[in-house]
Design a protein around this ligand. Structure first.
Ligand code: PEP
Ligand code: MG
Length: 553
């Protein structure tokens, strides 16, 4: 059986499939239906015990890991103990409802609410359903569903993975990850990239593979194959292991085989991620997502508080490296209490990013003051760019404010109108940075969070590549830097295409830097140009990937 999915993290793996258990067995649920509680209080107490056990399980796991994984697990523990959920369960029980339906009604209520809020909150629906399954399992007396810990190195197959599952994966036991749902920017993809595990998402049909079946996974092509020749598969995986060793040893700076320098930069979210990224072989930060430091804030942080955070991020990148700070990209998938407009019908097309400054210019001014102050105190070269820019006038006004403060202005190219106007944008700013995640979403009119639209939210789509080509060409003509800071920069094959189109820097999650750097070192600039031509000539993402692989072979 051959299944085509969306390749996310390159690498070849061959191993037995281990299936993540997703559902509580129906028989156990049916048997529980005949269990009766003396009264609503007794049923609520059973709920409390099960929810506490689930929360304690998350909390215990959180203790055994650190960083983002620990935060994800601690958040899940909090959600399992949520008072709002408990009171809704109690309300149903008091109204005479059985325990499991009460739990379902409460979960549906919150899932609906989160979905409506959109963005990051909508992503929490996966956590919520994970918690529902775990509480249900505890109530009916079976083991909590989730990812089994394999005894031998295995390929993990799942419909979708909850953050609490992926946070705990052991890369020495999980050879590859394959999910039926999910797109290139899904949570599974981000964690797999961080761990460096070959990963294919959106592999519809992977659910037909039985536990224990030997599977060959190619995270470069997106192919998941059963029944492949074992000898050949083992050789492919072993060859790939050699390639991965070369990647692990790559130390930068990046250049093509014929010596054309390409700046590799890190995407960072806050002070801790900046400090970690500073150890990667990067020449600075290409995207500091400033809004991510303030996701849980109801009130705007003062200029001084902002300046202190920015200064710490900048300080991590002294010694001749530079940092590109992006002004607040609040709104849509990143709602922020003190900035986002409430109740928008269509927040992805609403007042997000730079648009927040239209009726609140002081918010932008205060942030720029804070960035300028951090830049001055740290002495680190600081560039500043605005997200969600649609017109040249917006770019011009933003650039004036940035220049007034002695900083270097740029804009993100995330909206097709901005890409189409790239040459004129470069008349008013000093650099461009293409946000391929949003540029793809807006070009293809496909929500980047929609797991069932993964084939459209793919930066290899020819329409997206054309807009990137146009933007890069404008940069070449104007002799100004044009970088890419969306997920596309982290794809080693696509990185060659981008360089061939004239892109001068690639900014990505630190885990992607070595694979991209090693790949660029294997090809010449002429190879990259040929790859770019091949990609632009292809009719769809799959054909583009094949054509580029052939062009670089
Ligand atoms: C992008 O849209 O590609 C981007 C880098 O910005 P974000 O992912 O933060 O929206
Ligand atoms: Mg964006």
């Amino acid at each position: 059986m051959k299944i085509q999915g969306t390749p996310v993290v390159p690498g070849v793996a061959y191993g037995p499939a281990v299936l993540a258990r997703e559902e509580v067995p129906a028989a156990a649920i049916e048997a529980f239906a005949s269990v009766t509680f003396p009264d609503a209080a007794a049923a609520l107490s059973a709920y409390d015990d099960a929810a506490a056990a689930v929360a304690d399980g998350f909390a215990a796991k959180a203790m055994s890991v650190s960083g983002a994984a620990a935060e994800v697990l601690a958040a899940s523990a909090g959600l399992a103990r949520d008072k709002g959920m408990r009171s809704l369960v109690r309300k149903q029980l008091n109204a005479g409802e059985q325990l499991l339906p009460s739990l379902q009604i409460a979960v549906e209520h919150f899932a609906g609410m989160f979905t409506q809020m959109g963005g990051l909150m909508a992503e929490r629906v996966t956590d919520l359903r994970d918690i529902e399954r775990r509480i249900t399992a505890r109530l009916v007396g079976v083991a909590e569903p989730g990812v089994p810990v394999p005894v031998d190195p295995s390929v993990l197959l799942a419909k979708d993975l909850a953050p609490s599952d992926t946070a705990l994966l052991d890369p020495s036991l999980v050879l590859a990850l394959v999910t039926g749902l999910g797109g290139p920017t899904s949570h599974t993809a981000i964690i797999a990239r961080q761990l460096g595990i070959p990963c294919v998402v959106g592999a519809t049909g992977a659910g037909r593979i039985a536990d224990g079946t030997w599977v060959l996974v190619d995270g470069t092509t997106g192919l998941v194959v059963t029944g492949a020749d074992p000898e050949e598969s083992r050789t492919l995986a072993a060859d790939d292991a050699v390639r991965r060793d070369a990647i692990a040893g790559w130390s930068g700076p990046a250049a093509t085989a014929d010596g054309v320098h390409v700046k590799l930069l890190a995407n960072v979210a806050d002070v801790p991620t900046a400090q970690t990224a500073a150890h990667a072989p990067v020449e600075g930060v290409g995207l500091f997502r400033t809004e991510l430091s303030f996701l849980n804030r109801a009130d705007e942080p003062s200029v001084e508080e902002q300046a202190a955070i920015y200064a710490d991020v900048l300080a991590a990148f002294g010694q001749g490296r530079h940092v590109v700070a992006r002004t607040l990209d609040a709104g849509s998938d990143k709602p922020i209490g003190f900035a986002t407009h409430k109740g928008e019908e269509n927040p992805a097309l609403g007042v997000r990013g730079l648009r927040l400054s239209f009726d609140n210019p002081d918010l932008l001014d205060r942030q720029l003051d804070a960035i300028a102050s951090a830049s001055a105190s740290s002495g680190v070269e600081t560039w500043v760019m605005a997200p969600m820019v649609a017109t040249v006038a917006e770019a011009g006004e933003f650039a004036a404010k940035v220049r007034e403060r002695g900083l270097k202005p740029g804009v993100m190219i995330e909206v097709p109108s901005a890409a189409l106007q790239a040459a004129r944008m470069l008349e008013v700013v000093d650099f461009l940075s293409i946000g391929t995640n949003d540029l793809t979403q807006y070009t293809m009119a496909a929500d980047r969070m929609a797991t069932d639209l993964a084939h459209l939210t793919d930066a290899w789509q020819p329409a997206v590549l054309q807009l990137i080509a146009m933007t890069a060409a404008a940069g070449v003509t104007a002799r100004k830097p044009v970088g890419v800071c969306g997920e596309a920069a982290a794809d080693p094959l696509l990185a060659c295409v981008l360089v061939g189109l004239g892109i001068t820097s690639l900014s990505m999650a630190p885990a992607a830097v070595r694979p991209v750097g090693a790949q660029l070192g294997r090809v010449t600039m002429a190879d990259c140009r040929r790859a770019a031509e091949a990609a632009l000539a292809a009719l769809d993402p799959e054909a583009a990937r094949i054509a580029v692989r052939d062009a670089l072979a």
